[in-house]
Design a protein around this ligand. Structure first.
Ligand SMILES: Cc1cc2nc3c(=O)[nH]c(=O)nc-3n(C[C@H](O)[C@H](O)[C@H](O)COP(=O)(O)OP(=O)(O)OC[C@H]3O[C@@H](n4cnc5c(N)ncnc54)[C@H](O)[C@@H]3O)c2cc1C
Length: 471
C-alpha cells in the first residue's frame, strides 16, 4: 500500500487534522469500513458515494500575510476548519504604514478584529494634494468624521506590523484555525476525474503533505504558486517605479509639513505620500520614483519581503533636488530608506484568473491574484475584501445541508467560482485605477497643468472615490 493511502478519503481528514499519515503509522482506512469508496492507496482523494456525514470542511491557505490571515478568520467564522501554511520561519514585525480606506475597515469590523486593531490606528484629518515644485496646496478632501459619515466606516492609517499582528493573534485564538510556519507550499494535486471521481486537494509543503476540500493561494506579489495555477500567464512586470519607504519620529520632522493628515506631493515622474501612524508618534513616508529605462536592471525584480535592504536612495535624492524646500527637507531628514521595486500585472479581466479551471478546488486571493501599484492605497484592502467575499461563499458550503460528501464536493468548486465572479470586475477596476493614478500623479507639462486645474476646481469630488469606499 502506498505511503499516502490514508489520505484517500475525506472521512479521514477530521481525525487526522488533515495531515497525511506516514507509512509507518498506517492503519486501515476508516472509510473502508464505512461503505465509502476508498482509492486503495493509489489515488489521493476520492468521493464517497454514501451519505456519510462529514466533519467541517477543511480549507488550506498558502501564505499568512494580510489576505491569508483574513481569509482564515472569514472561513473559520463560516464553519470551516482552516490550516494556514506560511513559508517564513517566523511571523514578525515587517513593513511600514498602510492606509485603510472605509472599504477595508468595514471588512475588519465584520471579521471581529476592529476592536483589537483600533488602538493602533490613527485617524488622518484630511487628504491634501500639494504641488511638488511650488509646494502650494491643490486640493483637500476632509476625512475623520466626514469620512465615516460619507462612507459608513472610518478611514485610518496603521503600521502594517500592527495590522498583521492583530490578524494573527485573532486567527491563532480561533479554535478552527491552525497556522504552521516554516511550511512553504510547493504544489498540489486535486480535481482529477477518471474511473474514480476525485475531489478535494492534496497539498505538498516543506513540512509534509496536507489534504483539504479547497486550497487558496495567498502567497503575495511574488507568488510562485500562481505560475502553477496559471502557467500561460507571464510573471508580474517591472514597472520601472521604485518605492522608497521610511518611518520618521514626528519629533524629527522638519517644519512646513502637516502631521495630522495624508499629504500627497505630485511632481513629474515621481510623487511622495506621508501620513501619521502609531497614534501620531511617527510619520510614514513613501516616495515613488520612475527610474530611467536604462537603470531598470539596477532594481532587482525578486524583492518579495517587506524589509528590503536599506539604501542611500540616490534616485530619490536626485528626483527631489529641483522640487520645493519642504519636500527636500523631508527627504534629507530620513537617515535610512528601504527600497521596493514595484511590480504589477495588467488588470484582471476574467474570473478564471481568480479560480482557474482544471486545477482542482483552488482559488487565488490578494496580491497573488491581482498585484497592483500602491497608488490608490488598496492592495491590502482588496485582499481583505477578497477574504470577506470568499468567506461568504464558503459559508454557502457549510449551510444548506452540505454536510453530505457528494453535495459538498459539488458545492466547493461552485463557491470558488462564485467568489471569482463576484471579485474579478472590482479588483480589475481597482488595478486599472491604480495604474491611471500613477500616470496622473507623475504627469509633466500640459497634462500636469490640466490635472492641477481640475484639482483646484473639483478636487474633493475627484478624490472622493465613492465607488471604492462606499458600502
Ligand atoms: C510601498 C507600498 C505601500 C502600500 N500601501 C498600501 C496602503 O496604503 N493600503 C493598502 O491597502 N495596501 C497597500 N499596499 C499593498 C499591500 O501591502 C499588499 O497588497 C498586501 O500586503 C497584500 O497582502 P497579501 O496577503 O496578498 O500578501 P502578503 O501580505 O505579501 O503575504 C503573502 C505571504 O505569503 C507567504 N508566502 C510566499 N510564498 C509562500 C509559499 N510558497 N507558501 C507559503 N507561504 C508563502 C509570504 O511569506 C507572506 O507571508 C502597499 C504596498 C507597497 C509596496
Amino acid at each position: 500500500m502506498a505511503a499516502s493511502c490514508l489520505s484517500c478519503c475525506a472521512n479521514c481528514w477530521p481525525r487526522e487534522s488533515g495531515r497525511v499519515r506516514s507509512a509507518a503509522s498506517a492503519e486501515p482506512c476508516p472509510a473502508q469500513s464505512r461503505r465509502a469508496i476508498c482509492c486503495g492507496g493509489f489515488g489521493l482523494l476520492c468521493v464517497s458515494t454514501t451519505t456519510t456525514v462529514l466533519g467541517p470542511p477543511r480549507l488550506l491557505v498558502a501564505g499568512a500575510g494580510i489576505g491569508g490571515l483574513a481569509l482564515a478568520l472569514a472561513a473559520a467564522r463560516a464553519g470551516w476548519q482552516v490550516q494556514v501554511c506560511e513559508r517564513a520561519e517566523q511571523l514578525g514585525e515587517v513593513g511600514a504604514g498602510v492606509q485603510l480606506g472605509p472599504n477595508a475597515t468595514r471588512v475588519l469590523q465584520a471579521l471581529g478584529v476592529w476592536k483589537a486593531l483600533q488602538p493602533f490606528t490613527t485617524v488622518p484629518q484630511r487628504v491634501r494634494v500639494r504641488h511638488g515644485g511650488g509646494g502650494h496646496s491643490l486640493a483637500v478632501l476632509p476625512l475623520a468624521e466626514a469620512a465615516t459619515a460619507r462612507w459608513g466606516s472610518p478611514y485610518v492609517s496603521v503600521h502594517r506590523a500592527d495590522l498583521h499582528r492583530v490578524l494573527l493573534q485573532t486567527a491563532q485564538s480561533h479554535p478552527m484555525v491552525q497556522i504552521e510556519t516554516d511550511a512553504a507550499v510547493l504544489d498540489w494535486m486535486g480535481g482529477e476525474t477518471g474511473v474514480v471521481q476525485k475531489a478535494g486537494v492534496a497539498v505538498r509543503t516543506t513540512a509534509g503533505t496536507l489534504t483539504g476540500d479547497a486550497l487558496v493561494l495567498a502567497d503575495g506579489v511574488a507568488s510562485s504558486l500562481r505560475l502553477r495555477a496559471l502557467p500561460a500567464e507571464p510573471a508580474p512586470v517591472a514597472t520601472g517605479h521604485v518605492a522608497f519607504r521610511a518611518v520618521l519620529p514626528m519629533a524629527a520632522l522638519p517644519d512646513g509639513l502637516e502631521r495630522d493628515g495624508v499629504t500627497a506631493w505630485l511632481a513629474p515622474r515621481m510623487h511622495v505620500v506621508h501620513y501619521p501612524i502609531r497614534g501620531g508618534d511617527f510619520l510614514n513616508i513613501a516616495a515613488f520614483v520612475e527610474v530611467p529605462v536604462t537603470d531598470r536592471e539596477r532594481w532587482p525584480l525578486h524583492a518579495s519581503s517587506w524589509d528590503d535592504a536599506p539604501t542611500e536612495a540616490l534616485a530619490l535624492r536626485e528626483a527631489v533636488a529641483p522640487l520645493c524646500q519642504p519636500l527636500q527637507a523631508l527627504v534629507a531628514a530620513v537617515p535610512r530608506w528601504a527600497q521596493w521595486p514595484l511590480r504589477a500585472r495588467p488588470p484582471v479581466s476574467s474570473a478564471l484568473q481568480l479560480a482557474p479551471e482544471g486545477i482542482g478546488p483552488v482559488a487565488l486571493l490578494g496580491d497573488a491574484a491581482h498585484p497592483m501599484l500602491p497608488y490608490l492605497a488598496q492592495g491590502a484592502a482588496m485582499a481583505l475584501e477578497d477574504a470577506a467575499e470568499l468567506g461568504r461563499q464558503l459559508g454557502q458550503v457549510t449551510q444548506h445541508s452540505r454536510a453530505v460528501a457528494r453535495e459538498r464536493w459539488q458545492a466547493v468548486p461552485l463557491a470558488l467560482q462564485a467568489y471569482a465572479q463576484a471579485r474579478a470586475a472590482r479588483v480589475g477596476r481597482v488595478q486599472a485605477a491604480s495604474w491611471r493614478n500613477g500616470r496622473i500623479f507623475h504627469a509633466a507639462g500640459l497634462v500636469a497643468w490640466g490635472r492641477d486645474t481640475a484639482l483646484r476646481w473639483a478636487g474633493p469630488r475627484l478624490m472622493a472615490n465613492d465607488w471604492l469606499y462606499g458600502a
